[in-house]
Design a protein around this ligand. Sequence first.
Ligand code: GDP
Ligand code: IMO
Ligand code: MG
Length: 434
Amino acid sequence: MSLVRTNLAILGLQWGDEGKGKVVDLLSPKFRQVVRFQGGNNAGHTVVVDGQSIALHQVPSGALHPGCFLVVGNGVVLNLEVFQQELDRLQARGFDLTGRLMLSDKAHIILPHHIALDLWREGGANKIGTTGRGIGPAYEAKAGRMGVRLGDLHHPETLADRIRPGYEEVRLRLGAGAELPSLERVVESLLRIAEPFLPFIGDTQNHLVAAWERGDRILFEGAQATLLDIDHGTYPFVTSSNCSLGGLFTGTGLPPKALDKILGIAKAYTTRVGSGPFPAEMHDATGEHLRQAGREFGTTTGRPRRCGWFDAPITAHACRTNGVDGLAIMKLDVLDGLDEVGLIVGYRTGEGTVTTKLPSCAADWKGLKPEVKYFKGWASTRGITSHGKLPAEAHAYLEALVESVEVPIAYLSTGPDRAEGCIYPGTFLEPLLA
Ligand code: GDP
Ligand code: IMO
Ligand code: MG
């Protein structure tokens, strides 16, 4: 076993879209394996290189580095049609993944009736504000033992029997009038779409265990974030996977000792797309300013994101849940030019007391008002590459942020491009990147 302890997890600490894609792309050249372990094409991870932006949904964000082997683990749910489109877009931009991609034979397939069920539910009163990509129904089919896995594609003769139980339940639920393709069409089109992927399907658990034993550096790319985690998020307004640390182990088949460090990713403010508790939300001109300055419109669905100040209690909860070693604070530049910058340090309850404890029930979030501490604003941090060059006011704000979540900053991002940002000296990222 290698003594070089550098396997690193990148995990979102808020409600997603923190900038995980940028950080994974930035760090990927130092890693041999880049691994997705949960989620599906509900994720939208943006990588910006020389002003050109590339959105990745299911392909790991190490794709732009030819030295990276890309792994899609068993915990992921995959839409193969969308995966093909992603590969085609990458190919068109000169990124060829041949020979450096493996998809787990245990990963589940998102089928057309999963998408239909997701959209049907979202048309009703109990909508969650999902991405409409069939993620929930695909994970439900998995837990209900009616899922279809990539490995099943090697047995085309029994595929209809694998798909039928889940398909029929959805048909019953949606009723006779629902516009679902016939089971025969689902099977036929899946086999056609899946054909080019057959050589990529394999035993990713064995692949990763062998890579770990050889001492390959492994980078784990989380999708979504802790507040969207099915257990530790703002249930029921969450996604259907464990996007916090536990999902990494179930989603790859690697044991906890295969992981060495955890980098938590958070914006210097907070956003959320979709419904659910969001005490930080600002419906005023400042909220709109953050949305415009931060271009806070979803990578996957284009929906406007809800915006507010940095919420320390939710981020501290995420740090505890994941055992975060260091923070990557993203999009500091979006706060540039404001007279004052707010930091939510707690919530005032209906009784007038201040708490930092997160409610477990969605109903208990109602009535919580953010307790905001204000800091003097600064002119510009855009593109700064050394933390010593930050304005004193930005330093003061970041120091208070660190104090409130009790985890040090390891990386600071000051713009979307790879080059815009800085590793903090003396942190665990420094030797890793040396
Ligand atoms: P992810 O889902 O966590 O990978 O994040 P997204 O890609 O959905 O959203 C983050 C957005 O912020 C992307 O458009 C990034 O290009 C952009 N971004 C990342 N870091 C920075 C930064 O430091 N400053 C600014 N202005 N934009 C950033
Ligand atoms: P990345 O990886 C932000 C949200 C949806 C919805 C809830 C459930 O780019 O950070 P789902 O389609 O998963 O059943 O939707 O989760 N959501 C995300 N929000 N970023 C994401 O991914 C998200 N993936 C899902 O908006 O509120
Ligand atoms: Mg995103």
